[in-house]
Design a protein around this ligand. Structure first.
Ligand code: PLP
Length: 399
């Protein structure tokens, strides 16, 4: 029986200083102390419950972080100004010059670029592997490896990481398993399956409104405190702090995430079946044709479905562009990057969110230039949406 992330959030009593049902928004960069010694102790991390300066911690961010920790089942959490802020803070906290990372080759393009290009200046090496092959992952581990990095459901190929197996490998080698769960909040609970650190782009499903970018790190208290350390913490020192106004609005949106995930998943399963029946190569973990369909069934929380992401392969980027433009004209959704929005979004991954990945690497990982990634929206009448998509496919002679 999987634990219920939505009820864990619901059970938190989080209200404002005047009993306001939504916690008050912190509109302060700094905080007063009644006694000078308390300030000194707070700087040294010896004083709990005091706020010092908003880049370090602030109450609004703490409310959101506590709710996310409850959802993930981790001791603690930290929120950041973007998903990349979360990912880069974690990597730079765990790795020093000369260290090594084993990462899924299929990840969000920004993560790939950070690992393949940016980490070079720190002398941190990355071995990119096929994350669906645990033997390949384990073989890539060296004495200086600090972490295995993956996405629960990879962007954009929608491969499923076998998190319990990867956690066993990480534990055997005494290294961390870091998992980006952006595509599958509530659907997959990485920390419960052994991930040591879970990162999110909250920009996507968790917020669900496409009105801001934000990120989160969920982990044990020791790691989160290390991130906030005034002398050595990457979150404290690099400063990717989330604005309290934003964390407050994301916090409210988090409370409807469970309902949204069900609807995203239900609509995506419907469309994925239709795409496949129409004869298009379709990638969706809810289809029996998906190579990790059985694994997905083991990992997922059944209440939240197989997630809201689908990929279809039109083989060429020209055909993909034609279809996306037509679908936008027909009101099916927007030709836009990002995901987890209430409207359907579609983009040609190889030319957009994975364009940081060199073309030969895209080919090696099986990313077709005609792949369209869909983030399926909350459409009330998904049959009507399919009729419109089908009309576009027929008009363009694609099926
Ligand atoms: N992780 C995944 C899986 C993503 O898809 C993205 C962005 O598309 C990110 C991380 C980066 O998040 P952000 O854009 O909030 O920095």
């Amino acid at each position: 029986m999987k634990t219920d992330p939505a009820s864990k959030i619901q059970d938190l009593l989080q209200f404002g200083e005047f009993g306001d049902v939504n916690p008050s928004i912190t509109d302060s960069a700094t905080y007063t102390f009644m006694e000078a010694k308390t300030m000194v102790d707070t700087f040294h991390g010896e004083q709990e419950g005091c706020f010092l300066y908003s880049r370090h911690w602030n109450p609004s961010n703490k409310y959101l972080a506590d709710a996310l920790a409850a959802m993930e089942g981790t001791e603690s959490a930290w929120v950041t100004a973007s998903g990349m802020g979360a990912i880069t803070s974690v990597i730079l906290q765990l790795c020093n010059t000369g260290d090594h990372i084993v990462s899924s080759i299929t990840t969000y393009g920004g993560t790939f670029a950070f690992m393949a290009n940016y980490l070079k200046k720190f002398g941190i090496e990355v071995s990119f592997v096929d994350i669906t092959k645990p033997a390949e992952v384990e073989n890539a581990i060296r004495p200086e490896t600090r972490m295995i990095y993956t996405e629960s459901m990879t962007n954009p190929l929608l491969q499923i990481s076998d998190l319990p197996v990867l956690a066993d490998i990480a534990n055997k080698h005494n290294i961390k398993l870091v998992v980006d769960n952006t595509f599958t909040p509530m659907v997959i609970a990485p920390a419960e399956m052994g991930a040591h650190i879970v990162v999110y782009s909250l920009t996507k499903f968790v917020n669900g409104k496409n009105d801001c970018v934000a990120g989160a790190i969920c982990a044990d208290a020791a790691f989160i405190n290390a991130l906030a350390d005034v002398n050595t913490g990457s979150a404290m020192l690099l400063g990717p702090v989330l604005d309290p106004m934003r964390s407050s609005s994301i916090h409210k949106n988090l409370h409807t995430l469970h309902i949204r995930m069900k609807q995203h998943s239900q609509n995506a399963l419907y469309l994925a079946r239709k795409f496949e029946q129409a004869g298009l190569r379709t990638i969706y973990p809810g289809l029996t044709s998906h190579p990790q369909h059985e694994l997905m069934k083991q990992l997922m929380h059944p209440d939240f479905g197989f997630g809201g992401m689908i990929a279809i392969d039109l083989t060429t980027s020209e055909k993909a562009s034609e279809l996306m433009e037509k679908m936008q004209q027909e009101g099916i959704g927007y030709l836009a990057v990002s995901l987890g929005y209430f409207k359907t979004l579609f983009s040609n991954s190889g030319k957009s969110t994975s364009s940081e990945v060199p073309e030969d690497v895209q080919k090696d990982m099986g990313l077709s230039e005609g792949l369209i990634r869909f983030s399926v929206g909350l459409d009330q009448d998904i049959e009507r949406s399919w009729e419109r998509i089908e009309k576009c496919l027929n008009t363009l002679g694609l099926v």
